[in-house]
Write a protein that binds this ligand. Structure first.
Ligand SMILES: Nc1ncnc2c1ncn2[C@@H]1O[C@H](COP(=O)(O)OP(=O)(O)O)[C@@H](O)[C@H]1O
Ligand SMILES: [Mg+2]
Length: 351
């Protein structure tokens, strides 16, 4: 097939005056693009890279691919991860991965949490602040965790994200509001281990975006493959990161990351986490691939809490969680990339 690889390269990011140093941290490196290209080519596909910006509308019509491998994170606005899929749907061009609604939802952490809560899925209690002086709800107890509502890749996350009292809370609220100009998500701080579940596949249709009535049955995850769980080995990082997966760890220390994969967890805990990941995949309408991040509450028997859904998980062969998980499962990087493509191609009836 002729595959258009659509991404936003860090080096092509808009050169805006006054943007924050971390503004483009979630965009992709040339190394990732070259690796995906080689992987697709190794399966006999012709690959054309296109930058997923305003030039895409013209370029994609010239290239006229059979399908797109989409990993665009976007540049501007709260719909940024959903813009390319929306364009492709308008042009009726098939693409890999989740669609507009899922991508727009997942970028908004509070809205995602509302959907999870509606379905009875565990996510830390939370409150959203639009102003730094809004009163804290009486149900919210310190320590709390403060983060931007609509960022990724650890943006705005540091040891100071953990706040222990009103004063620290207000300082951090002011800081994040000023810096990211968006509502701030305050959550109960979950102290404990951090694990992520990589999911590949598609639910067997027809699929309503709800948990089946017989929720103990395997039906919730039929059609999905779970990779071995990856645990971020927080103990291996500098103490000043305070056991949090900070921006510094994700960006500056990305190539030197410490993980345990498969995570040393009991079989029943793995089954519980996989079930929850499948439920998240289902209620948010994911397609082909996703990663769900959890924290296990050390003070409550490692009870899992869903931190967030990543429907566009990083695909750097060297250090992205999903790629590490696939390798731990005996897959090659080439197999992972081509399986994502094939899952999408199958949905569109191309293979
Ligand atoms: N409620 C919380 N309790 C404890 N740690 C948290 C909480 N929320 C986030 N974190 C820490 O911050 C990191 C980044 O948060 P996350 O919401 O996953 O944002 P990102 O999109 O940047 O990955 C997590 O991996 C975890 O280490
Ligand atoms: Mg995360």
């Amino acid at each position: 097939m002729h595959v258009a690889l659509l991404a936003n390269l860090k080096k092509n990011a808009p050169n805006l005056s006054g943007v924050l140093a971390d503004r483009w941290d979630d965009l992709d490196s040339e190394e990732t693009i070259q690796s995906i290209t080689r992987a697709l080519e190794s399966a006999g596909h012709q690959v054309t890279f296109l930058e997923g910006d305003v030039t895409l509308y013209d370029h994609i019509r010239q290239v006229n691919p059979d399908i797109c491998f989409n990993i665009c994170e976007g540049h501007h606005g709260d719909s940024r991860e959903a813009q390319v899929p929306a364009l492709l749907e308008m042009l009726r061009i098939p693409y890999t991965g989740s669609q507009v609604l899922t991508l727009a939802l997942a970028l908004d952490k509070p809205m995602t949490k509302r959907v999870l809560t509606y379905h009875g899925l565990p996510t830390p209690d939370f409150q959203v602040f639009e102003r730094p002086d809004e009163p804290l709800e009486p149900t919210m107890h310190f320590p709390l965790f403060v983060k931007p509502s609509r960022e990724g890749t650890g943006m705005g996350i540091s040891a100071e994200s953990i706040v222990h009292d009103e004063e620290q809370l207000r300082v951090q609220l002011r800081r994040i509001l000023a810096r990211y100009d968006q509502p701030v998500l305050v959550e109960r701080f979950i102290e404990g281990r951090e694990v992520t579940v990589g999911v590949l596949g598609n639910l067997v249709t027809p699929v309503a975006w709800r948990i089946p009535e017989d929720e103990e049955a395997p039906r919730v995850s039929r059609g999905l493959h779970f990779f071995p769980l990856l645990e971020v080995d927080m103990g291996a990082y500098p103490e000043e990161e305070a056991g949090v997966y900070t921006s510094r760890i994700k960006v500056e220390l990305a190539h030197d990351f410490h993980y345990l994969c498969p995570a040393p967890l009991r079989e029943d805990k793995v089954a519980e986490l996989n079930w929850l990941a499948a439920a998240v995949f289902r209620v948010t309408g994911c397609l082909d691939v996703a990663r769900v991040d959890f924290r296990l509450d050390a003070h409550d028997g490692d009870k899992p809490y869903i931190l967030e859904l990543n429907p566009l998980p990083g695909l750097n062969p060297g250090y992205s969680d999903l790629c590490v998980e696939a390798v731990a499962d005996g897959w090659t990087y080439e197999a992972l990339i081509n399986e994502i493509l094939n899952l999408a191609a199958e949905r569109y009836g191309l293979i």
